[in-house]
Design a binder for this molecule. Sequence first.
Ligand SMILES: [Ca+2]
Length: 510
Amino acid sequence: MATASTAVLLVAASLLTAANSAASGQKNEKTRAAGKTLTARPLATWQTDGIVWSVEYARGVVYVGGTFGNVRPPGAKPGEKQVPRKNFAAFDAATGALLPCAPAFSGTSSTVRALKASRDGKRLYVGGYFSRAGGTGVASAVALNTADCSLRKDFRPAVSATVRAIDTTDTAVYLGGDFMTVSGRSRHRIAALGPSGSVLPFTADVDAPVRAVLAAPDRGKVIVGGDFHRVNGAPQRALVALDASKGSTAVSYPHWVPEGSAVKALARDDTAFYVGAEGRGVGRFDGRIAGRLSDGTMLWKDDCQGATQALVVYKGALYSGSHAHECRSTPGGFPDGPRHHFLAQSVRDKRILHWFPDTNDGIGEKIGPRALVMAGGILWAGGEFTTVNGRPQQGLTRFGAGPGNAAPEAAPRLTAGSSRAGGVTLTWRAAWDRDDAELTYRIYRDGVLVATMRQQSVAWKRPQMKYTDSVTPGSRHRYTIAVTDGANTLPRSQAVEVTAAAAKRSAGAH
Ligand SMILES: [Ca+2]
């Protein structure tokens, strides 16, 4: 039995723990409200049998483009329950259900690389490398009516090579890619078309592939990213802003993206734009940059290693798809180690938020996610992966705001010892959680809760934890531990049995 005085102390301690829990619970909610709004638990989603290169949202539908031949339902293994979809598929954004909209984008080496809706959501522009859309001969760029999935007759440019990026304004459709002509007109890797397909006067000469296009019609500009070194005859390293109607150079970003890196993704909010880069080779720039839209001032830059492929801004967080494996110099970041294929950062100060769903590298170039889109409060991701949070899921996944979130990972294992009379010391390594920074640990003695402790942890920093229990000297007990994020509680650990050290005989006893 515990002595009277230890019992009092234990009660006092547990009251204190409860008070602390309540306080930090409130703080946790505040932290969550200020930053990430999505959970890391994937929603059930259809899968592809190949790489997803682009995802777009319009009027309740998510469109998916890539290099694949079939889709299959959530939970189906490769080859099971397949439904043919040639490089293009459409899903209900809320339920995830497969929709009948399914023109095949085909031809030799066919692929869909870019999808973009018109601002009113009535049209979906599709780019890539393909010679047929459904039964119609086309040339790597078309538009669909989203109301009935029909191929528009007006938007049928003849693009001479792969289209890799599209953005739209009310008056223009910007195409970027590898091409040198559009509908017979000389257009070097960037072009602007009218919504009905006429080639607009906008002309810029870009010397290497364009991989990202971001229209900023409110600023009279279009921001362009890619592999290039020169634009309109002057040095522009991988990033440039062009006059939205003429194509002349509007803003240069010297020294933003070093030699050896290419811009793969662009995104924006009301006041800032965000750049995602991929370096070729070790130590190149792979991270993200935020810049002010009004004047092109750099706001921040993170030097995470592990090429960025896709960006989305949502409610103050910049979501990215990458394979970040070293983010030491970024607040909230991690030392070199396992790859993280999704990150969320505060747009304000680049801090990495506690949101860590993950994929594997998968197929193709083996770099995980390739595309992101926000669809009615749900983040859809597509790419090369074949697992999500360690479970089989190919090509597509999505994350919502709950209810429900990801359960803690790495259930703790207890070690018990006793080196002083009646004292039992339990130690374990903290678990971690994909969407909760702080977890609660419950310690049970002989099946009865004796202590509750809270601890902050991340996958790369899991502190050793310790609890010292006081019991009758010489008594034997079974201890278990359970970890919870408040919503998900992992099963209690295997019990450890320990006999508390016996009381030493007093000096005068002999
Ligand atoms: Ca959680």
